[in-house]
Design a protein around this ligand. Structure first.
Ligand code: AMP
Ligand code: MG
Length: 497
């Protein structure tokens, strides 16, 4: 308690330069519960994202004081915060459930000097009315995992929530064993989920869905205000941004792992990093999550799942789409039915870039598919194969000496020569679309173990440095390009809740 008071003193007069304006907390009260994070014993900052803090306009010097741990732990509330736990529902593995922030508190919305609005959320901050049987807490390794992967996604150019800090709590959490507890500070353009719409639609207040849709338009799609059917346009926008997002995942070999509707953000950012991972060897059936027994959320199934989730969203919007229920249904079906085409178009754009194709030819689809099939049949490393193709000279190894590959390579080279541009142009395009470095799972696991079991953050910091510039050829990070040896391969990841 005394320590908290001391921290309040040091952080007083808004030394950190927060600028909170909490629009979500002004919604009707069934959208959230008001409560503060539950203080923890002895918080300590173990990672601070200085670049992100700067871009948010926060005072880095103040954040670098050890007392900022009390802020990131929720022991001390920043000036202007109005802490809430958000209510939401969701389809988890296809089944509808009432959920809500069971272990997170939204401190409020920080508005940057440039006028951009970001949710500041503490994850692992104690029990809430939505905790059900959970302890409201988080273990250190999963919070570090979210920090690492979300920052990697951002560096790869993929929309994602960000991670500002991780603190250890000085308390232990009980999972299968006792583990060090931690809290992650998550930064997001909002935490409105498909599941928030499902929650609103399930309310007795028939206005709830309109209130949420209007709020979402105001916050994320203000250009839709004053259009003829803003709700249909809202649905179309969300469909489009999800199609684009899922394609970006596939292009870098990312498997989210738990694409429940409560883990799909309306803003188009990747959210809720649980048992997610990047695949090494190309295999469309890749599934990492220990709880995904039937492979519902496997790599290649992510587009279909996105469409399924979006259909759940569309259902909630039906009363707003048209006063005539039949007409509303037709509009929703048309919008959802367009997803595969939109998705396919983004996929072709992305894949063409990965292969340096600046023009469009009818053989492109077949050319791309043939490479992927070859990669699958030859257990080729997804990331390294595309990166090798982006080099002027292919590595001289058995894999690329394969006859089938050579014949594909000749066809691809012929295709490239039909583009009227210098030879370097496609390679430049490829280098900015085929990362050299992804957070390979064996590296992530090694870093998490060292931190969680031995309090040693060396590997975490090295990994964070390596993933910060994924498209650059930085020789000091060459080790991070190496796929796992068979003994190092990670087949399963755990969500750690
Ligand atoms: P997630 O798998 O992280 O997307 O969480 C799904 C739901 O379970 C959300 O409502 C979470 O708030 C809740 N939850 C996850 N872990 C815990 C926990 N340790 N205590 C309370 N609620 C939790
Ligand atoms: Mg979630």
């Amino acid at each position: 308690m005394k320590l908290n008071e001391k921290a309040s003193g040091i952080l007083k007069n808004n030394a950190v330069k927060w600028h909170f304006d909490n629009s979500y907390a002004r919604l009707p009260d069934y959208f959230f519960a008001r409560l503060s994070p539950i203080p923890v014993q002895s918080p300590q900052v173990v990672i601070l994202n200085i670049n992100l803090a700067k871009s948010l306009g926060l005072d880095v010097e103040a954040l670098l004081m050890p007392e900022s741990a009390f802020l990131f732990a929720g022991n001390v509330l920043p000036d202007g915060a109005q802490p809430i736990a958000q209510a939401y529902a969701g389809h988890q593995f296809g089944h509808f459930t009432m959920l809500g922030d069971g272990r997170a508190i939204l401190l409020g919305e920080h508005v940057t000097p440039a006028g951009d609005r970001f949710d500041i959320q503490l994850k692992g901050s104690g029990q809430t009315p939505f905790s059900r049987r959970g302890d409201g807490r988080a273990a250190l390794a999963p919070m570090l995992r979210e920090y690492i992967i979300s920052e990697a996604m951002h560096a790869l150019g993929i929309p994602s929530t960000r991670s500002l800090a991780v603190v250890t709590t000085g308390e232990q959490v009980m999972r299968e064993v006792l583990l060090p507890g931690a809290i992650l500070t998550r930064v997001a353009t909002s935490h409105i989920r498909v599941g928030t719409f499902e929650y609103a639609a399930s309310q007795r207040d028939t206005d709830a869905i309109k209130i949420l849709a209007d709020y979402t338009i105001q916050r994320h799609f203000p250009d839709l205000l004053d259009t003829e059917n803003p709700y249909l346009l809202l649905l179309n926008r969300i469909i489009d941004s999800q199609a684009e997002l899922i394609v970006k995942w596939l292009l870098v070999g990312f498997v989210h792992g738990v694409m429940n509707t409560d883990n799909m953000s309306i803003s188009g950012e990747t959210i809720d990093y649980g048992p997610c991972a990047f695949m090494d060897v190309y295999d469309p059936n890749t599934v990492f999550s220990s709880i995904d027994q039937y492979g519902r959320y496997r790599y290649s199934h992510q587009p279909q799942i996105a469409q399924w989730n979006l259909a759940r969203l569309a259902e909630t919007l039906l009363p707003l789409l048209d006063p005539l229920p039949e007409r509303a249904l037709t509009l929703a079906e048309e919008a959802i039915g367009a997803f595969p085409k939109i998705y396919q178009s983004y996929w072709m754009i992305g894949m063409r870039k990965k292969l340096g194709l600046l023009t469009e030819e009818s053989i492109d689809t077949e050319l791309i598919t043939a490479l992927l099939t070859w990669m699958q049949n030859h257990y080729a490393d997804y990331t390294n194969t595309f990166r090798a193709l982006s080099e002027e000279v292919l590595p001289n190894n058995a894999q690329f000496g394969d006859v089938e590959f050579k014949s594909w390579h000749t066809r691809w080279q012929e295709r490239l020569t039909r583009q009227a541009c210098p030879q370097s142009t496609p390679l430049e395009l490829m280098k900015t679309n085929n990362p050299a470095i992804i957070p390979r799972n064996h590296r992530v696991e090694a870093a998490l173990s060292a931190a969680s079991e031995h309090g040693d953050y060396t590997l975490v910091h090295q990994l964070l440095a390596a993933i910060a510039k994924p498209y650059d050829d930085l020789t000091e990070f060459n080790d991070y390009r190496t796929p796992p040896a068979s003994s190092e391969r990670v087949y399963q990841t755990f969500c750690g809740t």
